[in-house]
Design a protein around this ligand. Structure first.
Ligand SMILES: Cc1cc2nc3c(=O)[nH]c(=O)nc-3n(C[C@H](O)[C@H](O)[C@H](O)COP(=O)(O)OP(=O)(O)OC[C@H]3O[C@@H](n4cnc5c(N)ncnc54)[C@H](O)[C@@H]3O)c2cc1C
Length: 425
């Protein structure tokens, strides 16, 4: 061991563990989708999750709402595993699904959108069950800490756990950490995002319990207790407060501790016997932390554009009619031959990053990354060279709409097309 200037030069022998075809780092919804789809193609898959539950922001982060899977005119745009996991999320727990969508795509056009809340705890448990049914090896409490690189090739991942450090060799790595942590450590070029002052915990109070007694619906018991109250567009962000960044220890702590103090301050004056803060988010509720500079970076200029390497069509959650296709190029950097990403760290900028990172598109890109990883591992080809035709064929078999139909693109602006919901997302 040598201490040179500000660096500790530390060598250690790390035990080599079992090898896998595909390692997925991060058990948020994009990581679960990636692991499931690679396993369904017969690959040996290890899913690493640093916390003690599955679902990431959607569960630990208390974001228990699927934004719309439809275009706001009654046409379902996002299908495949996003549809499967949405239905799983409400199989054993409550839902707030509109009647129009209860049994699938409505026969008549409707402006009611296909969206639902779900039970955080019950969905997290259901995710565990489906992973087990599909023979995914899951390790909770396991931090994927370091990719072991040989130029642009990743030989495997060093994992930090209660057992110490272990090296897991693999053919393909999918970074679904939401923050592109592994990819950034492998020197993949990345964009960094800024975050407004927002957090909420789940509250319960006597008034809401009375409402439950009236409606008979347990979902009515919960409401949000806010710390920072900024919305997606920055409304309510305190003047002069810098944006928060989620890529350093200091940045994450600044965000968490400032928001947690604001949450406590907000409830101090309330009657302590009439309400409770029964759930605090188990991870920083940051929207955009880091994404890769992929082979293609999605922007709003790509609205209504067809891509030959599309892995699926998606819709804007806030604006009716607005459609995109997600190119496979958003999931990899061409100089790295066995690395993929998905979810919040798929390549996008500006508002298109917001459209791509939310739950249904995150599941779509996770599913695509899982299939691509399986194809690469099976065929011994690099992830940038994966046969896109086979990838699309496999995704289509599960119901994914690869290309939106030109008939779904509005020919002239409809007056209600760009009405923003001013959402919190
Ligand atoms: C305030 C807020 C409100 C939102 N509201 C909505 C909404 O209403 N509807 C909607 O659809 N979307 C919403 N979103 C967006 C949505 O929740 C996320 O973008 C989506 O869930 C992202 O999923 P993901 O799998 O990419 O990442 P994440 O959910 O961030 O999952 C990453 C997972 O990786 C794990 N992890 C991280 N690092 C490591 C590591 N090194 N090793 C092992 N595990 C690791 C984490 O613990 C986590 O489980 C909101 C987001 C925020 C922040």
């Amino acid at each position: 061991m040598a201490l040179q200037s500000n660096y500790l030069d530390w060598r250690e022998q790390i035990p080599v563990q079992e090898s896998y075809d595909v390692i997925v780092a991060g058990g948020g919804l994009s990581g679960v989708a990636a692991a499931l789809s690679a396993a369904r193609m017969g690959r040996k898959v290890l899913l690493l999750e640093r916390s003690a539950m599955l679902g990431g922001l959607a569960t630990q982060g208390l974001v228990n709402l699927w934004v719309p899977l439809c275009n706001g005119r009654g046409r379902q745009i996002i299908k495949g595993m996003a549809e499967e996991l949405l239905r799983l999320s409400i199989r054993y727990g409550f839902d707030t699904l509109p009647e129009e969508w209860r049994n699938g795509e409505p026969a008549q056009p409707t402006k009611v959108r296909y969206t639902t809340n779900f039970s955080i705890g019950i969905f997290a448990l259901s995710l565990l069950e489906i992973l087990k049914e599909n023979q995914v090896t899951l390790c909770y409490d396991a931090v994927a800490s370091q990719p072991v690189m040989e130029k642009g090739h990743c030989r495997g991942v060093i994992v930090q756990s209660k057992s110490g450090r272990g090296f897991y060799p693999c053919s393909v790595v999918v970074d679904a950490t939401g923050d592109a942590d592994l990819l950034a450590r492998a020197q993949v070029p990345c964009f960094v995002g800024g975050n407004y002052f927002t957090t909420y915990g789940e509250g319960i109070d006597v008034e809401h319990c009375r409402e439950v007694a009236r409606t008979g619906k347990i979902h009515d018991a919960y409401y949000w207790m806010m710390g920072g109250t900024a919305n997606l567009y920055g409304k309510n962000h305190p003047e002069g407060m810098p944006l928060f960044h989620g890529t350093t220890l200091e940045g994450v702590n600044e965000f968490l501790q400032t928001n947690q103090q604001a949450l406590l301050d907000g409830l101090k004056a309330q009657d302590r016997n009439k309400r409770d803060l029964h759930l605090l988010p188990g991870m920083a509720q940051m929207r955009t932390t880091r994404c890769i500079e992929g082979n293609h970076t999605l922007t709003t200029a790509d609205q209504y554009r067809h891509f030959s390497d599309s892995v699926g069509a998606i819709c804007d959650f806030d604006q009716r009619d607005v459609l995109y296709e997600v190119p496979y190029g958003t999931l990899y950097h061409p100089a790295f031959d066995n690395f993929l990403t998905c979810g919040r760290s798929a390549s996008a900028q500006g508002y298109a990053w917001d459209v791509l990172r939310v739950i249904p598109p995150a599941v779509l890109t996770g599913q695509a990354a899982g299939v691509a990883a399986a194809l690469a591992a099976e065929g011994g080809v690099g992830t940038p060279e994966v046969d896109v035709g086979k990838l699309q064929e496999r995704l289509t078999q599960t119901g994914v709409i690869i290309h939106f139909e030109d008939g779904w693109v509005p020919t002239q602006p409809k007056e209600d097309s760009d009405a923003h919901m001013e959402s919190h997302l």
